[in-house]
Write a protein that binds this ligand. Structure first.
Ligand SMILES: [Ca+2]
Ligand SMILES: [Ca+2]
Length: 219
C-alpha cells in the first residue's frame, strides 16, 4: 500500500479502469459464467472419492466442470441420498498423492481472485498448490491447510480456497496441481472443482458507487 497520498485524479482513473474492465468482462459471456477445469492431466494411484472408489478414466469428470458434490446447496457434502460423491482426493495413508488439472482457456490475473478451489478436508490435512503455464514450470501458491473447528478441517464441510495472481508475474495458467503433504488421521482431502472466481454483485455495486463518487469529485 505505497503512495497513499495519490491524487484524486489517479484514484478516479483507477476506478474508471476497474469499472471498464468489469463492464467488458460482463460482455464476454452470460452473468456468472466461469471457467472450469477441462481435463485431468495426471493423478497418482490412490486418488479416490470419499466413498473409497478409485478415480479412473471414466470418472475423471469428478474434478471437472462446476462444483456438483453439494446438491442441496448447504455446503455440506454428506447429505446421503442427495449429495453426490463426485469429488476426488486422498483418504488412505498413501503419501505423496497429487492431481494435475488443465484449463483449455488460460486463467489470467484479473480484478480480485483468479482461481477458486472447492474442497472438504480433515483438520490435519495439508496440500501444496502450484500453477503453471506449460505444465513443467510451476509457481507455488499458498498451501491449503485444515484446522479444527473451521470449515477447512470439518469433513464434509465444503469450502472455497481462493487465489489472486496479482504480483506473481503470471501470464496465463493452464495447469493447477495439488500435492498431499500430510498423512494419518484427519488428513483426508477431497476436491470438488477448480475454476475462476466471479465478482460478487455486492463488489460490483461498491465499485460502481466508488467510481461515481470519484467522478463527481473530479468535476
Ligand atoms: Ca449438501
Ligand atoms: Ca487478480
Amino acid at each position: 500500500m505505497k503512495n497513499r497520498t495519490s491524487n484524486n485524479r489517479g484514484i478516479s482513473l483507477l476506478w474508471t479502469l476497474a469499472v471498464c474492465a468489469l463492464s467488458s468482462a460482463g460482455q464476454a459471456g452470460p452473468a456468472n459464467s466461469r471457467n472450469w477445469a477441462d481435463s485431468v492431466v495426471s493423478y497418482t494411484s490412490q486418488i479416490q472419492n470419499y466413498e473409497g472408489t478409485l478415480m479412473g478414466p471414466s470418472t475423471e469428470y469428478w474434478l471437472l466442470g462446476p462444483s456438483d458434490t453439494d446438491q442441496n446447496g448447504n455446503l455440506y457434502a454428506f447429505d446421503w441420498g442427495i449429495d453426490q460423491m463426485t469429488n476426488a482426493g486422498w483418504k488412505a495413508a498413501a503419501p505423496a498423492q497429487e492431481i494435475v488439472v488443465q484449463f483449455d482457456t488460460a486463467l489470467t490475473d484479473g480484478a480480485g481472485d483468479d482461481l477458486v478451489i472447492r474442497l472438504f478436508c480433515g483438520p490435519k490435512a495439508e496440500a501444496s498448490v502450484y500453477v503453471s503455464e506449460d505444465g513443467s514450470n510451476w509457481i507455488q501458491l499458498d498451501s491449503i491447510v485444515g484446522a479444527a473447528q473451521q470449515d477447512l478441517g470439518t469433513p464434509g464441510q465444503l469450502a472455497d480456497v481462493s487465489y489472486d495472481f496479482e504480483g506473481l508475474g503470471i501470464r496465463g495458467v493452464h495447469y493447477v496441481k495439488v500435492y498431499r503433504e500430510t498423512t494419518g488421521n484427519g488428513t483426508g482431502m477431497f476436491f470438488d472443482s477448480f475454476g475462476t472466481a466471479v465478482p460478487e454483485p455486492a463488489t460490483l455495486l461498491l465499485l460502481g458507487a466508488g467510481a461515481a463518487a470519484c467522478l463527481r469529485k473530479r468535476k
